[in-house]
Design a binder for this molecule. Sequence first.
Ligand code: B12
Ligand code: SF4
Ligand code: SF4
Length: 307
Amino acid sequence: MRSTSVKERARALGFEACGIATAGPADPENRLGQWIGAGFHADMAWLARTRDLRQDVTRKLPGTRSVIVVARNYYQPNPPRPKEAHGKVARYAWGRDYHKVLKKPLRQLAAFVDGLEEGATSYACVDSGPVLERTWAERAGVGWVGKNSLILRRDLGSWFFLGVVLSTVELAHDTPGENRCGSCHACIDACPTGAIVAPGVVDARRCIAYQTIENRGDIPRVLHGPMDGWVFGCDICQEVCPWNRFATPTDEPDFAVREGVAYPVLDELCALGETAFNTRFEGTPVRRAKHAGMVRNAKIARESAGE
Ligand code: B12
Ligand code: SF4
Ligand code: SF4
């Protein structure tokens, strides 16, 4: 079967999971529209701008019949912390930027699918494409949408990236992931800013990940204390998730933690010039926050540590 060969190829390319969904309206309940309408996207105007594309994959790739979703594990245990006062960087950003790491194997997977049918076309993306990756991941059976809004799997927990290939090739689809959060609400309780406003719904304005990575302005004072040393992203709603007890270390050497990235010493970070910042975080996702953003975050962490 063609879908089996796609999954075998994905496995051979290093993806731990691969599932397939049949293309169709991505968001019939208009969750994205409601989320944007409530202002939960904060200043991420690009999300609102691309809303129509996100809700209909055939606008991005006319003739899309199948949505192939892959997962790549990035888990690795915490490295030792420095003795000096330090900040915390989210685990996903400790090594080489995942956009770069996943690009080649995802393109190879797309090329393989293209080869299944004369005249087939495809579109591959990781994170930055206008695709509702989590919706498709759940539909393709790659996992379920947890109450922290992340995709979870029984074997990997949630420490994995998603990648998507839209294809005009018709492939047998999988069964959607079954939600296994049950009565647990550990992530909602643990979120220090109350950003998880309903199961599966995060208000980015209150989310430390948004504030430390995407916000280019000032971070509201009321969030400074709860940020608790996070200087890039936040992992709290994953660290407390019982499914993450099953996480095993990644086999991707490019994700290996780089020197000085996971727990940057705050005095050093505050004093870092722009060139030194770019060199230190070269090739990692941390560059997205930009020099000014990271220095701002480090100053907040240093003030809070001193309080
Ligand atoms: C914008 C964005 C953010 C924003 C907003 C987060 C958010 N919750 O929406 C910010 C900057 C805060 C953020 C933070 C993080 N992000 Co982010 N982010 C994205 C991005 C680019 C778009 C997400 C989006 O469209 N949000 C809008 C909402 C409405 O969409 P949604 O959450 O996907 O919800 C849909 C479905 O989940 C479903 N749904 C919603 N609620 C419910 C409830 C139930 C019960 C059900 C069944 C379905 C359901 O309906 C929605 C519409 O169809 C995606 C990549 C992509 N292209 O999709 C990565 C992505 C979601 N991020 C990712 C990661 C890793 C993170 C962080 C963990 C990074 C970190 N450690 O700091 C945090 C986690 C914070 C959190 N708890 O969400 C990964 C998640 C991988 C995974 N295992 O799920 C993604 C998929 C990138 C990737 N390719 O790997 N992110
Ligand atoms: S990433 Fe942090 S701030 Fe954002 S929802 Fe999760 S626990 Fe809350
Ligand atoms: S902490 Fe509990 S409720 Fe939250 S995602 Fe994990 S299993 Fe689901």
